[in-house]
Design a protein around this ligand. Structure first.
Ligand SMILES: Cc1ncc(COP(=O)(O)O)c(C=O)c1O
Length: 417
């Protein structure tokens, strides 16, 4: 479900015509629908309303502070993977006790910052990280609340780059060695064990991998109980997929039902770290056609957005539906939609059937709300796009377009040059 729809051949976001917006703010720009964001967060969160739980939105999917604040206002927390994301979460007013910290490579500086803020918990990914957090917590006179991120060795059946719960992946602690690691954690002076965590991958379109992982975690929690280690939080990560093209992922309610069925009377507060399912279809990227170009073998539509703005097609071969902001009666043709970057890997769509467009037309790249802006870069010295939040018939610039001055503002020329 989302609020991007045609009315008399004009694409609207909620009650705002998008061509008008694009003319006003320029392109490329990311546009998010407030109503869709709210709806998606609530549907996910309410699916677990019968049990104690905390929905920690995965900031990596979309870290704009306006969006983090919106979810915070609905009672959500944030799942972070860096000091920068912690900073953003705090800027957005997310209470520290609703922040959990994942990631395999937390630096000493980041650990100290999270300890100072007194976040809810660290999801620990290795023995050395556990030792480092214990040491630093001791130095600042605190106890660090931790969960071990367990790698349950289940196949999430997703793209290899976003699959994380297999033995060969760099994430988590092997489930077979987890008991030993928990016993070690229990012996450390500055560590308080509070949870078990896992995240098996992203863009999952089936329920089975979630259930398989959960069954393994429940067994682990029972074994931990025998060792007098009580688990307060069970963090099941994120990963629920969305429809980009023909995928039919489970609805959050089906997902919740499957999870809750497995849990029986486990006395834990559940933590979830959804990203894509909340924001993916709540955002689009608007781009303008610069040129059209026919070669003996291909038709190209050259647009002003590129792989630096949306890297998913180039990086994962991902599909994003593309449609014009103004529908015409033009015949369709097969085209590659490409950006201005000097790489053949710079494309938004390949061999795609699109109504014939011309220079100046606007296109909407759909389902770009997750891992869109957050994965963008300045490659080819292209300023990053603006981000716009639409509410009803009004729009709010929640991140200004970068300028050429922004590109060089952190650079220095030494005297000898
Ligand atoms: C630890 C962790 N939690 C949550 C997420 C969010 O995943 P998704 O956006 O698929 O819900 C990710 C993404 O890969 C992750 O690595």
């Amino acid at each position: 479900m989302h609020h991007f729809h045609y009315r008399q051949n004009e694409l609207y976001c909620e009650n705002l015509p998008l061509a008008q917006l694009a003319q006003h703010v320029g392109t490329p720009c990311y546009v998010y629908s407030h109503a869709t964001l709210m709806h998606h967060f609530k549907v996910f969160d309410e699916a677990f309303s019968d049990v104690p739980h905390l929905t920690c939105f995965a900031a990596k999917a979309n870290s704009n502070i306006a969006i983090l604040k919106l979810f915070g206002s609905l009672g959500g927390g944030v799942d972070i993977v860096s000091g920068g994301e912690l900073f953003r979460a705090r800027q957005a007013g997310i209470p520290a006790d609703r922040i959990c910290y994942s990631g395999v490579g937390k630096t000493p500086e980041e650990i100290d910052y999270a300890l100072k803020e007194d976040i809810l918990l660290f999801n620990i990914e290795s023995s050395q990280e556990l030792a480092a957090i214990n040491k630093r917590a001791g130095q600042v006179g605190r106890k660090a609340r931790i969960a071990l991120r367990v790698n349950p060795d289940v196949d999430p059946k997703t793209h290899p780059y976003i699959s994380t719960g297999l033995k060969k992946n760099k994430f988590g602690i092997d489930i077979d060695g987890a008991l030993k690691e928990y016993e070690r954690a229990k012996s450390l002076d500055n560590i308080e064990i509070v949870g078990v965590d896992c995240h098996v991958g992203s863009q999952l379109t089936e329920i089975t991998p979630f259930v398989d992982a959960l069954q393994r975690l429940c067994l682990l929690i029972k074994r931990l109980k025998d060792l007098q280690i009580d688990i307060k939080y069970l963090d099941l990560g994120g990963g629920l997929g969305i429809t980009y093209d023909q995928e039919a992922p489970p609805h959050p309610r089906e997902y919740a039902q499957a999870i809750l069925q497995q849990l029986e009377d486990l006395p834990c507060t559940l933590i979830f770290e959804p990203g894509r399912v909340i924001v993916g279809n709540a955002g689009i990227l608007i781009t303008q056609v610069l040129y059209t170009k026919k070669t003996p073998s291909k038709n190209f539509v050259v647009v002003d957005a590129a792989m630096n703005d949306l890297i998913r097609p180039s990086l994962y071969g991902s599909y994003h539906h593309i449609q014009p902001l103004r529908k015409t009666n033009q015949e369709s043709e097969i085209v590659d939609v490409v950006g201005p970057i000097c790489e053949s890997g710079d494309f938004l769509a390949k061999d795609r059937s699109l109504p014939t467009v011309q220079a100046g037309d606007y296109l909407a790249v759909m389902s770009a709300g997750a891992y869109g802006f957050t994965m963008s870069s300045n490659y080819n010295s292209r300023p990053r796009a603006a981000e716009i939040l639409v509410k009803d018939d009004r729009f709010y610039v929640i991140r200004e377009r970068e300028t050429w001055q922004d590109l060089t503002k952190h650079e220095r020329i030494p005297d000898f040059v």
